[in-house]
Write a protein that binds this ligand. Structure first.
Ligand SMILES: Cc1cc2nc3c(=O)[nH]c(=O)nc-3n(C[C@H](O)[C@H](O)[C@H](O)COP(=O)(O)O)c2cc1C
Length: 356
């Protein structure tokens, strides 16, 4: 209420990226206060706990990659009611990303379009920042190829493996390989050759400690999704994140002229939900029984989360919902999800894939 009535109108007077920086800065500066506030932002219940690919979660609602690209908020995120969080994408080299403006709100659709282009401090800086951090929730690191068209083929593989080696010993709980950013010069991955080499190299690493996840695109063809999941299964990947933003503009309320002014970018938020659900359903049919699915795309209520769990997701993540609903969203989703499970007299584990 406070957020939607007061803070959101103020934030929405600012451009999307400035508002994000302000919210992010407030989160960092309020670091010491977060634990005091955590009772307000948190919903806990034994029915929401689970072991996700070896990682103990207090609840299945996570923060998606992109919100805390450089790990600055990492120590405070547990007080915001999330069960886990993913920082990044982290790339081998620091990057300013694409020219601004590069993030736009579509209020009528409760959506965002962004073409940030993997801006970030780079792997060395983020690793140095996180090496001595204590986290109040399980944290994943999402890594991606540096956004540079000159890095291709073997150099692209080495670029990602460099970041892997920088982050693999950090005190984090999982690692995500992001193959699905539509906002770089490479776009989303179109074939699995390089991913296969990267995953085989990581599988061979005797120092490997972290469960590995792969983040997919809702825009991939059915054949590519099949190939990625097959490659992930062969190389012991623990989970699939379904998924990233879409380049589709289908079904939007926002008018075409406004969309043309905005231009390229990945669409997130409410209109993404049907595509993300279709991706979860497809991957649920292809994955091994041991692999888990983390759903992401347009989740902004307990009903949304329950739809994804019933389609095959073990846990969910969100980003754009926070922009429109505010910081009490994880708490609200968890309490609604708990109520829905009780209503249907079913456990979270039993609900996974029940409508698939
Ligand atoms: C501004 C912005 C930046 C993002 N940056 C990243 C990123 O660096 N790496 C990544 O894997 N996903 C990134 N994402 C995608 C989100 O993690 C998520 O997959 C997508 O937004 C769909 O979820 P949502 O509808 O809840 O926002 C970004 C999304 C937004 C809106």
């Amino acid at each position: 209420m406070l957020y939607q009535g007061l803070l959101r109108p103020l934030f929405f007077k600012l451009d999307c990226e400035t508002a994000h920086h302000l919210a992010h800065l407030a989160g960092v500066l309020a670091g010491p206060v977060w634990p005091v506030l955590s009772g307000f932002f948190t919903y806990s219940g034994d029915d929401l706990k689970q072991n996700l690919a070896g990682v103990e979660l207090a609840n299945p609602v996570g923060l998606a990659a992109g919100f805390d690209k450089n790990g600055l908020l990492a120590p405070s995120l547990g007080s915001l009611g999330f069960g886990f969080a993913e920082i990044g994408s982290v790339t081998a080299r620091a990057s300013k990303g694409n020219p601004k403006p590069r993030c736009f709100r579509l209020p009528a659709d409760e959506a965002l379009i962004n073409r940030m282009g993997l801006n970030g401090d780079g792997a060395d800086v983020v690793a140095a920042r996180l090496v001595r951090c204590r986290f109040s929730l399980p944290l994943g690191i999402n890594i991606a190829k540096t956004n540079d068209p000159d890095i291709q083929g073997d150099a692209a593989v080495e670029d990602i493996l460099y970041t892997y080696r920088q982050v693999r010993d950090l005190p984090v709980s999982f690692l995500t390989i992001n193959t699905s950013c539509p906002n770089t010069t490479d776009g989303i991955m179109e074939e699995t050759r390089e991913l296969a080499i990267i995953l085989h190299e990581i599988a061979k690493d005797s120092g490997r400690r972290l469960p590995v996840f792969v983040k997919l695109s809702p825009d991939s063809t059915p054949q590519l999704i099949e190939d990625i999941v097959a490659c992930a299964s062969e190389t012991g990947v623990a989970g699939l994140i379904c998924g990233n933003t879409t380049v589709s503009r289908a079904g939007l309320i926002t008018d075409g002229a406004a969309l043309s002014r905005i231009g390229n970018g990945g669409l997130s938020g409410r209109p993404l939900k049907p595509l993300a659900l279709a991706l979860v359903r497809a991957v649920f049919k292809l994955k091994t029984a041991e692999q888990v699915i983390v759903a992401c795309g347009g989740i902004s209520s307990g009903d949304d989360a329950y739809d994804f769990v019933r389609a095959g997701a073990n846990a969910v993540q969100l980003y754009t919902g926070l922009v429109y609903q505010g910081p009490t969203l994880p708490r609200d989703i968890n309490s609604q999800l708990s109520r829905l499970l009780k209503r249907d007299k079913i456990t979270l584990q039993e609900a996974v894939g029940i409508s698939a």
